[in-house]
Design a protein around this ligand. Sequence first.
Ligand code: BMP
Length: 213
Amino acid sequence: MNKKTRLILALDVLSPDRAVGLARTLEGYVDYIKIGYPLILSAGLDIVGTISEFVPMIADLKIADIPNINILISEQVLAAGARGLIAHAFTGRDSLEACVTSARRFDALAFAVTEMSHPGAEDFMAPLAQDLARMAVDAGADGVVAPATRPGRIEVIRAVIGDKIIISPGVGAQGGSAADAIMAGADYLIVGRSIIEAEDPVKAAEMILSEIG
Ligand code: BMP
Protein backbone atom coordinates (compact mmCIF):
# COMPACT_ATOMS: atom_id res chain seq x y z
CA MET A 1 0.00 0.00 0.00
CA ASN A 2 1.19 3.47 -0.77
CA LYS A 3 0.75 5.63 2.32
CA LYS A 4 0.46 9.21 1.20
CA THR A 5 -2.51 10.65 3.05
CA ARG A 6 -3.34 7.66 5.32
CA LEU A 7 -7.01 8.29 4.59
CA ILE A 8 -9.50 5.78 3.20
CA LEU A 9 -12.77 7.41 2.23
CA ALA A 10 -15.88 5.39 3.12
CA LEU A 11 -18.11 6.32 0.20
CA ASP A 12 -21.39 5.42 1.89
CA VAL A 13 -23.81 7.17 -0.44
CA LEU A 14 -26.57 5.73 -2.60
CA SER A 15 -26.49 7.96 -5.63
CA PRO A 16 -23.93 7.02 -8.29
CA ASP A 17 -23.69 10.66 -9.39
CA ARG A 18 -22.95 11.81 -5.87
CA ALA A 19 -20.43 8.98 -5.47
CA VAL A 20 -18.58 9.97 -8.63
CA GLY A 21 -18.72 13.66 -7.65
CA LEU A 22 -17.18 12.95 -4.24
CA ALA A 23 -14.53 10.64 -5.72
CA ARG A 24 -13.55 13.31 -8.24
CA THR A 25 -13.46 16.05 -5.60
CA LEU A 26 -11.50 14.07 -3.03
CA GLU A 27 -9.14 12.25 -5.40
CA GLY A 28 -6.01 13.96 -4.09
CA TYR A 29 -6.97 13.75 -0.42
CA VAL A 30 -7.38 10.01 0.10
CA ASP A 31 -5.28 6.94 -0.73
CA TYR A 32 -8.21 4.58 -1.20
CA ILE A 33 -11.98 4.68 -1.49
CA LYS A 34 -13.94 2.00 0.31
CA ILE A 35 -17.37 1.10 -0.97
CA GLY A 36 -19.80 -1.42 0.40
CA TYR A 37 -23.29 -2.81 0.14
CA PRO A 38 -25.19 0.51 0.19
CA LEU A 39 -23.59 1.90 -2.97
CA ILE A 40 -23.10 -1.42 -4.79
CA LEU A 41 -26.71 -2.47 -4.18
CA SER A 42 -28.03 0.88 -5.26
CA ALA A 43 -25.74 1.56 -8.22
CA GLY A 44 -24.76 -1.93 -9.38
CA LEU A 45 -21.37 -3.63 -9.53
CA ASP A 46 -20.16 -1.40 -12.38
CA ILE A 47 -19.73 1.40 -9.83
CA VAL A 48 -16.59 -0.42 -8.65
CA GLY A 49 -14.85 0.21 -11.97
CA THR A 50 -16.22 3.73 -12.25
CA ILE A 51 -14.89 4.80 -8.84
CA SER A 52 -11.58 3.02 -9.46
CA GLU A 53 -10.89 5.43 -12.32
CA PHE A 54 -10.33 8.11 -9.66
CA VAL A 55 -8.87 6.32 -6.63
CA PRO A 56 -8.00 2.65 -5.96
CA MET A 57 -11.01 0.92 -4.46
CA ILE A 58 -11.42 -1.43 -1.51
CA ALA A 59 -14.61 -3.52 -1.58
CA ASP A 60 -16.08 -3.71 1.91
CA LEU A 61 -18.50 -6.61 1.64
CA LYS A 62 -17.41 -8.01 5.02
CA ILE A 63 -17.46 -11.39 3.35
CA ALA A 64 -18.57 -14.09 5.79
CA ASP A 65 -19.57 -17.37 4.18
CA ILE A 66 -18.21 -20.83 3.44
CA PRO A 67 -14.99 -20.84 1.38
CA ASN A 68 -16.70 -21.61 -1.95
CA ILE A 69 -19.10 -18.67 -1.65
CA ASN A 70 -16.32 -16.39 -0.36
CA ILE A 71 -14.37 -17.12 -3.55
CA LEU A 72 -17.38 -16.41 -5.77
CA ILE A 73 -18.07 -13.10 -4.00
CA SER A 74 -14.41 -12.03 -3.91
CA GLU A 75 -13.83 -12.74 -7.57
CA GLN A 76 -16.88 -10.73 -8.63
CA VAL A 77 -15.63 -7.53 -6.99
CA LEU A 78 -11.98 -8.14 -7.87
CA ALA A 79 -12.86 -8.72 -11.52
CA ALA A 80 -14.89 -5.51 -11.41
CA GLY A 81 -11.74 -3.61 -10.44
CA ALA A 82 -11.40 -3.66 -6.64
CA ARG A 83 -7.80 -3.46 -5.47
CA GLY A 84 -8.64 -4.80 -2.04
CA LEU A 85 -11.38 -6.59 -0.14
CA ILE A 86 -12.59 -6.89 3.43
CA ALA A 87 -13.72 -10.21 4.90
CA HIS A 88 -14.85 -11.24 8.36
CA ALA A 89 -12.35 -13.32 10.34
CA PHE A 90 -14.89 -14.98 12.62
CA THR A 91 -15.96 -17.52 9.98
CA GLY A 92 -12.58 -19.20 10.44
CA ARG A 93 -9.31 -19.80 8.70
CA ASP A 94 -10.53 -21.72 5.65
CA SER A 95 -13.10 -19.05 4.78
CA LEU A 96 -10.60 -16.24 5.22
CA GLU A 97 -7.93 -18.09 3.26
CA ALA A 98 -10.38 -18.37 0.37
CA CYS A 99 -10.58 -14.57 0.23
CA VAL A 100 -6.81 -14.18 0.55
CA THR A 101 -6.24 -16.65 -2.29
CA SER A 102 -8.72 -14.78 -4.50
CA ALA A 103 -7.05 -11.47 -3.68
CA ARG A 104 -3.63 -12.87 -4.62
CA ARG A 105 -5.01 -14.05 -7.95
CA PHE A 106 -5.88 -10.43 -8.73
CA ASP A 107 -2.78 -8.95 -7.07
CA ALA A 108 -5.07 -7.23 -4.56
CA LEU A 109 -5.11 -6.77 -0.79
CA ALA A 110 -7.15 -8.78 1.72
CA PHE A 111 -8.19 -7.39 5.11
CA ALA A 112 -9.87 -9.23 7.96
CA VAL A 113 -12.34 -7.71 10.40
CA THR A 114 -11.29 -8.66 13.92
CA GLU A 115 -13.13 -6.21 16.17
CA MET A 116 -15.63 -3.66 14.97
CA SER A 117 -15.91 -0.03 16.06
CA HIS A 118 -19.49 0.08 17.36
CA PRO A 119 -20.38 -0.59 21.03
CA GLY A 120 -21.98 -3.97 20.24
CA ALA A 121 -18.60 -5.31 19.14
CA GLU A 122 -17.70 -5.55 22.81
CA ASP A 123 -20.40 -8.20 23.32
CA PHE A 124 -18.72 -10.98 21.35
CA MET A 125 -15.96 -9.72 19.06
CA ALA A 126 -13.59 -7.88 21.42
CA PRO A 127 -12.87 -10.89 23.65
CA LEU A 128 -11.93 -12.90 20.56
CA ALA A 129 -10.16 -10.18 18.61
CA GLN A 130 -6.60 -11.17 19.44
CA ASP A 131 -7.19 -14.78 18.41
CA LEU A 132 -8.92 -13.59 15.23
CA ALA A 133 -6.01 -11.25 14.44
CA ARG A 134 -3.47 -14.01 15.00
CA MET A 135 -5.42 -16.31 12.69
CA ALA A 136 -5.70 -13.56 10.07
CA VAL A 137 -1.90 -13.25 9.99
CA ASP A 138 -1.55 -17.04 9.70
CA ALA A 139 -4.11 -17.06 6.88
CA GLY A 140 -1.97 -14.57 4.94
CA ALA A 141 -4.16 -11.48 5.24
CA ASP A 142 -2.44 -8.20 4.46
CA GLY A 143 -4.00 -6.51 7.45
CA VAL A 144 -6.94 -6.11 9.77
CA VAL A 145 -9.72 -3.67 10.58
CA ALA A 146 -9.43 -2.36 14.16
CA PRO A 147 -11.53 0.27 15.96
CA ALA A 148 -10.54 3.96 16.14
CA THR A 149 -13.25 4.24 18.80
CA ARG A 150 -11.04 2.20 21.17
CA PRO A 151 -7.41 3.18 20.50
CA GLY A 152 -6.23 0.92 23.31
CA ARG A 153 -7.54 -2.02 21.29
CA ILE A 154 -5.52 -0.87 18.26
CA GLU A 155 -2.40 -1.10 20.44
CA VAL A 156 -3.35 -4.62 21.52
CA ILE A 157 -3.99 -5.74 17.94
CA ARG A 158 -0.77 -4.09 16.75
CA ALA A 159 1.18 -6.16 19.27
CA VAL A 160 -0.38 -9.32 17.80
CA ILE A 161 0.01 -8.61 14.08
CA GLY A 162 3.47 -7.01 13.93
CA ASP A 163 3.94 -5.04 10.74
CA LYS A 164 0.71 -6.05 9.01
CA ILE A 165 -1.57 -3.17 8.03
CA ILE A 166 -4.21 -1.75 10.37
CA ILE A 167 -7.09 0.14 8.77
CA SER A 168 -9.22 1.86 11.34
CA PRO A 169 -12.81 3.12 11.17
CA GLY A 170 -14.74 5.11 13.76
CA VAL A 171 -13.17 8.54 13.47
CA GLY A 172 -15.47 11.54 13.81
CA ALA A 173 -19.10 10.43 13.45
CA GLN A 174 -18.55 7.45 15.77
CA GLY A 175 -16.56 9.52 18.26
CA GLY A 176 -13.00 8.33 17.60
CA SER A 177 -10.04 10.70 17.34
CA ALA A 178 -7.89 10.58 14.20
CA ALA A 179 -4.70 11.51 16.05
CA ASP A 180 -5.28 8.96 18.84
CA ALA A 181 -5.91 6.14 16.36
CA ILE A 182 -2.73 6.88 14.43
CA MET A 183 -0.74 7.21 17.67
CA ALA A 184 -2.09 3.86 18.81
CA GLY A 185 -0.74 2.20 15.66
CA ALA A 186 -3.29 2.54 12.86
CA ASP A 187 -1.76 2.81 9.38
CA TYR A 188 -4.89 4.18 7.73
CA LEU A 189 -8.08 5.84 8.93
CA ILE A 190 -11.39 4.94 7.32
CA VAL A 191 -13.62 8.01 7.36
CA GLY A 192 -17.11 8.39 5.96
CA ARG A 193 -19.73 10.78 7.29
CA SER A 194 -17.32 13.36 8.74
CA ILE A 195 -16.16 13.99 5.18
CA ILE A 196 -19.00 13.06 2.86
CA GLU A 197 -21.71 14.82 4.87
CA ALA A 198 -19.63 17.94 5.52
CA GLU A 199 -20.70 21.15 3.83
CA ASP A 200 -17.17 21.30 2.40
CA PRO A 201 -15.80 17.73 2.10
CA VAL A 202 -12.35 18.95 1.03
CA LYS A 203 -12.06 21.17 4.08
CA ALA A 204 -13.22 18.30 6.30
CA ALA A 205 -10.58 16.00 4.79
CA GLU A 206 -7.92 18.67 5.22
CA MET A 207 -8.86 19.05 8.88
CA ILE A 208 -8.39 15.34 9.51
CA LEU A 209 -5.12 15.38 7.58
CA SER A 210 -3.86 18.26 9.70
CA GLU A 211 -4.69 16.27 12.87
CA ILE A 212 -2.52 13.35 11.77
CA GLY A 213 0.08 15.25 9.73
P1 BMP B 1 -18.37 6.64 9.33
O1 BMP B 1 -17.02 7.36 9.32
O2 BMP B 1 -19.42 7.40 8.58
O3 BMP B 1 -18.79 6.23 10.70
O4 BMP B 1 -18.20 5.32 8.46
C1 BMP B 1 -17.41 4.24 8.87
C2 BMP B 1 -17.23 3.24 7.78
O5 BMP B 1 -16.38 2.21 8.25
C3 BMP B 1 -18.50 2.58 7.29
O6 BMP B 1 -18.35 2.32 5.90
C4 BMP B 1 -18.54 1.25 8.04
O7 BMP B 1 -19.13 0.20 7.30
C5 BMP B 1 -17.05 0.96 8.20
N1 BMP B 1 -16.72 0.17 9.41
C6 BMP B 1 -17.00 0.67 10.67
O8 BMP B 1 -17.55 1.75 10.85
N2 BMP B 1 -16.64 -0.10 11.74
C7 BMP B 1 -16.05 -1.31 11.62
O9 BMP B 1 -15.73 -1.92 12.63
C8 BMP B 1 -15.78 -1.79 10.34
C9 BMP B 1 -16.12 -1.04 9.23
O10 BMP B 1 -15.86 -1.48 8.03
